[in-house]
Design a binder for this molecule. Structure first.
Ligand code: SF4
Length: 326
């Protein structure tokens, strides 16, 4: 089996955008690859964060990932900062990564705009740590959304550079584009995000989920019930494609275009489907967060495996670099 690596930051409550854009795909990919999933906490400290909540967020994210389906899969889940070799390899890779390449990264430009008072070196070299995360496990496949493709291209370039200078060591990782990587928020405008307050939490209770859907934006040109709608520009319809049976989605598509269904009814159908899909996940999440032992066991097993793999790679890297070993 080829090895796959992917990471997620412990930035807060898991929302539907995370679930459809990444985690649901992870659960499927875990059957096809030797999958290593990582909570990338060192990445998260390159911007302002809540120090006192950070540890529990990390633990709750692990519980959330397991509740979303990873608990039943044969895969490895661990926390980045537990395996020190990630940052060690990042330093080595920093030494072969041109500043010009890093300054061209779209995410660096975006984050610099969002955090004008905290444009730090960590934010700048973030893609190098990301390359280290992947290369330390010699992973060949990295599931990402389109906004991360540039970083995987850079990881490939860094692997190529290292191999050319020090000898063949790393495979060149390839991106695996995931479906649904860009889920819009309830405003139908921006990508779903907790900071924009346009999200639905994966583990949100039924009442709150129904209320949020009730006020969500639809086709902006459909002002009255009698106006025909355009599902292609409606975020509610996008969500239907993930949660509702194909036949019903087709029916809504046709009915919306001839105003045979109203948005209130359409949203109710979606809410019913989402509630029945997400309720078992929420119950499992509540169970895992009230019994953290299971979560700790999974992370501890993940650490043992990843630490062994990372140590082997770093020994090889140190030898290639020509470092003195007593
Ligand atoms: S009927 Fe459904 S798909 Fe059509 S605009 Fe309303 S919410 Fe969107």
């Amino acid at each position: 089996m080829k090895r796959l690596f992917s990471g997620i930051q412990p930035t807060g409550e898991l929302h539907i955008g995370n679930y459809l854009g990444a985690i649901k795909n992870w659960v499927e990919l875990a059957d096809k690859f030797d999958a290593i999933f990582c909570i990338v906490d060192y990445h998260a400290i390159s911007v302002e964060y809540e120090i006192h909540e950070f540890s529990s967020r990390t633990q709750n994210l692990a519980a959330g990932l397991l509740a979303c389906g990873l608990v039943e899969k044969k895969c490895t889940l661990f926390v980045q900062s537990h395996v020190q070799e990630h940052t060690e390899l990042a330093w080595v890779l920093n030494s072969i990564t041109p500043m010009g390449d890093l300054s061209r990264m779209t995410q660096f430009k975006d984050k610099s705009r969002q955090n004008p008072d905290n444009i730090n070196a960590g934010l700048f070299s973030y893609p190098v740590l990301q390359a280290a995360d992947i290369l330390i496990y010699k992973a060949e496949v990295v599931p990402v959304g389109e906004d991360q493709v540039q970083h995987i291209e850079l990881s490939r370039e860094i692997a190529r550079k290292f191999n050319a200078r020090y000898g063949e060591t790393f495979p060149e990782p390839k991106e695996y584009l995931t479906r649904g990587a860009r889920i819009l928020g309830l405003d139908g405008q921006a990508k779903m995000s907790k900071s924009l307050n346009n999200h639905i939490g994966v583990f949100e209770d039924e009442k709150s989920l129904r209320e949020k859907l009730r006020t969500a934006f639809t086709d902006p040109a459909r002002l009255r019930r009698s106006d025909p709608g355009n599902p292609d520009v409606c975020n509610i319809f996008t969500l239907h494609k993930f949660f509702t049976e194909e036949g019903v989605v087709k029916q809504i598509d046709g009915d919306c275009r001839k105003a045979a269904i109203g948005c209130v009814e359409c949203k109710k159908i979606l809410a019913d489907r989402m509630v029945s899909h997400l309720t078992p996940l929420r119950e499992r999440y509540e169970d895992l967060t009230s019994n953290q032992e299971k979560v700790r066991d999974v992370l501890s097993d993940g650490f043992v495996r990843c630490s062994g793999l990372a140590k082997t790679t770093m020994n090889e890297v140190r030898e290639r670099l020509g470092l003195f070993r007593p």
